[in-house]
Design a protein around this ligand. Sequence first.
Ligand code: AMP
Ligand code: MG
Length: 302
Amino acid sequence: MSGALVAFPTETVYGLGADATNASAVARIYEAKGRPSDHPLIVHVSSMEKISRWAREIPVYAISLARDFWPGPMTLVMLRSELAKDFITGGQDSVAIRVPAHAIALALLSEFENMGGLGVAAPSANRFGQVSPTTSKAVEEEIGEFLFEGDLILDGGPSLVGVESTIIDCTSSTPKILRPGAITREMIEECIGQSILENTNSEIRVSGSLESHYTPKAEVILGAMAEPGEGFIAFSTVKTPDGAIRLASPATIEDYARTLYAALRSADAQKIKRIAVLQPEGDGLAIAIRDRLTRAAGKEII
Ligand code: AMP
Ligand code: MG
């Protein structure tokens, strides 16, 4: 992977990877995504033993989290080592690291490490602000035109989790959830034996850090029934309103996460203008789904 890009499947969403030590390769990720350069990337490695290269301080609780949830949908942010340059951390003194739970991703990472590679920097393989891809076809549609000969898109079928990893800030004495995901607050608290903070819809965020993200072209309306001709996403127990176009009918919360992004994409493919969504209630994965939906709707998270 000498400076090339490789889009690869993970259990959360597809990533767009490059050698995390290669400035010009990483610059191509930013170009392909159209992403501002102060927006950091996640370094992917094949096992937790590899994190001491990238982090200079690893709290004891981070080791517990890594043992319990890696490989898996969890990203740990730690104080960076000298290896983690500004071009992957967005100029911050911290670096985000993950071991994905996906056979193809792990094979890619191990192979790369066998060749002397130290880590693969990868954000989600979508244009900045758009919906993350959960299939190789969605990757092709998002960033295909920015790939050259020698770059690759690996196909691993649809992502099993479907929403991005839980990001946990491990730079102070207590961990803090920066982005909710499939590793839930309850799971983290049980693992480390203490209660933690979560940036959820119920917590106030500094104004200015709010952004619309994960947005399809269609307008997303939360908590409303669909009118005729509009898209509709709700649990399978809810009937489709007359004339509405059903985009997803998940039976479980895991199904909801897994099918959400494909449903938003299919609305755009069908040129649907508005999508009415009945959000899942409750804690756990529902918090991550509501977080993404709120951003998809372009609403402030307050
Ligand atoms: P993705 O959103 O999947 O494209 O992955 C990149 C995300 O990881 C960024 O948007 C940040 O939210 C998060 N991230 C990466 N590095 C850091 C860091 N050093 N501190 C805080 N968040 C980070
Ligand atoms: Mg992303």
